[in-house]
Design a binder for this molecule. Structure first.
Ligand code: AMP
Length: 435
């Protein structure tokens, strides 16, 4: 569906055109008219579905026509769990609001609070905020909520996961009762429904959770590999394919270690997780977006909401404990009809998690066999023999560097090798077969 039938004003349609979008995504198609009608919305939609434009466009329209100049007040509040998401939402509002005369500001922790106070002092139409910093600003009397007309809770499930529930409740208690509420969450668990009941009034429920469509658009493979061999295997996979790759690890510590190892192996990598400073995260993300960094290693929470278009490959270095997170992770690739590849490295300790994931996605993930890579060779040493990006199939030779070491041969065939070149990406027929 084109945007022109959704009830948006000409200036917003112009901004949409300038962004290069021709068709509205399902969440945009369904949410925009409902939000414009003034109703509360509870939407199940995750990052990558176009949800940000789905709430930003109608929000700009509802607020349009007047500019707020009342000091320390805001007319719409967007609450979001992470700094990255906050910055991205602000950037979207700036993009779509380029022809509107509205003021938007963003506040999050980890940076100097004073410039944020100065921005609020001018009065804002839209404030994008993480909960903790917003409460700090409130306590320091730098923001008042009396003029709030619209509340948006983005990534509500993550907010609960990250322990923001008390902050959210405190903020809710400070807001005017009469307001429009929009709640977005990747999933609608019982906890989220409970929270929604205390926030929304007769909300219109919209569910575009891309569960099956996403899974089907993505070629998925897994390799059974022992924990100790995972980094080596990954190194070899990444050398075979220099596509930009998002790698998920379960822990921050794991993300750091893996990043170090990949960099040592000559694969430019950066970690992004909660213990990194804002400056480090921004640098890592920028480096990745500008293609200076091939691999971004992230924990689930940090990766959530990172806005990267056309991500070719996602790797689950560790399987997630919550099976739904598998879908969230792999949903970072194969966006907007583009083909994607998701690779999982599964150790013997992770078999239960794998079973849960396969039960959830209602299919068995294709197993890569162990025929191409030689895990007895440390990835780093191999790089001195490799000329470049191609991983060569291991030869059946004795490893002369380690004559006494029993050769542990684990060869991996990712299925990416095709007659058209040294690639381990699946062919379209693989996808059809999988889908
Ligand atoms: P989001 O789900 O809001 O994180 O958006 C994911 C990505 O989709 C962002 O990079 C948007 O710029 C992009 N996007 C949003 N709406 C559309 C659309 N209608 N057509 C194509 N891309 C879009």
């Amino acid at each position: 569906m084109t945007f022109s039938t959704l009830g948006l004003t000409d200036s917003l349609l112009r901004a949409v055109r300038e962004s290069g979008y021709t068709k509205a995504t399902p969440i945009q198609e369904r949410a925009i008219p409902v939000i414009l009608s003034g109703k509360d919305v509870m939407a199940a939609a995750q990052t990558g579905t176009g949800k940000t434009a789905g709430f930003t466009l109608p929000l700009l329209q509802l607020l349009g026509g007047k500019t707020n100049t009342k000091a320390d007040t805001v007319r719409a509040l967007v609450l979001t769990p992470t700094r990255e998401l906050a910055a991205q939402i602000k950037a979207s509002i700036d993009t779509y609001g380029t022809h509107e005369n509205l003021r938007c500001g963003v506040v999050f922790g980890g940076v100097n609070i004073n410039p944020q106070k100065r921005i609020l002092r001018r009065g804002l139409d839209i404030l994008v905020a993480t909960p903790g910093r917003l409460l700090d600003l409130y306590q320091q009397k730098s923001v008042r909520f009396d003029d709030i007309e619209i509340l948006i809770l983005d990534e509500a499930d993550r907010m609960l996961d990250m322990g923001f529930i008390r902050d959210i409740r405190k903020i809710l208690a400070l807001l005017p009762k009469q307001r429009q509420n929009l709640m977005f969450s990747a999933t609608f668990s019982n906890d989220i429904r409970q929270l929604a009941k205390t926030i929304c009034r007769n909300p219109i429920e919209i569910d575009v959770s891309p569960r099956n469509s996403t899974v089907e658009a993505i070629s998925q493979k897994l390799f059974h590999v022992e924990k100790a061999d995972k980094a080596n295997l990954l190194s070899q996979l990444l050398r075979a394919d220099t596509d930009q790759t998002l790698v998920f690890t379960r822990t921050k510590h794991g993300a750091n270690n893996l990043t170090k190892r990949l960099n040592r192996d000559g694969i430019s990598s950066a970690a992004i997780h909660g213990n990194k400073s804002q400056a480090q995260r921004t640098k890592a993300l920028e480096g990745f977006k500008q293609n200076k960094v091939q691999v971004l290693v992230a924990t689930d929470i940090a990766a959530r909401g990172i806005d990267i278009n056309q991500l070719a490959t996602v790797v689950n270095f560790d399987l997630p404990h919550v099976p739904e997170d598998y879908i969230h992770r792999i949903g970072r690739t194969g966006r907007a009809g583009a083909r994607g590849l998701a690779i999982s490295l599964v150790s013997s300790e992770e078999r239960k998690q794998l079973r849960d994931i396969e039960r959830l996605i209602k299919r068995s993930i294709e197993r890569g066999d162990t025929e191409v890579f030689d895990l007895s060779k440390p990835g780093r040493e191999q790089s001195t023999h490799d000329s470049g990006n191609n991983v060569r199939p291991a030869q059946n030779t004795v490893d002369s560097r380690q004559p006494n070491r029993r050769r542990r041969k684990s060869r991996v065939n990712t299925g990416k090798r095709h007659s058209n070149g040294n690639t381990w990406r699946s062919s379209p027929s693989d996808i059809a077969a999988n889908g």
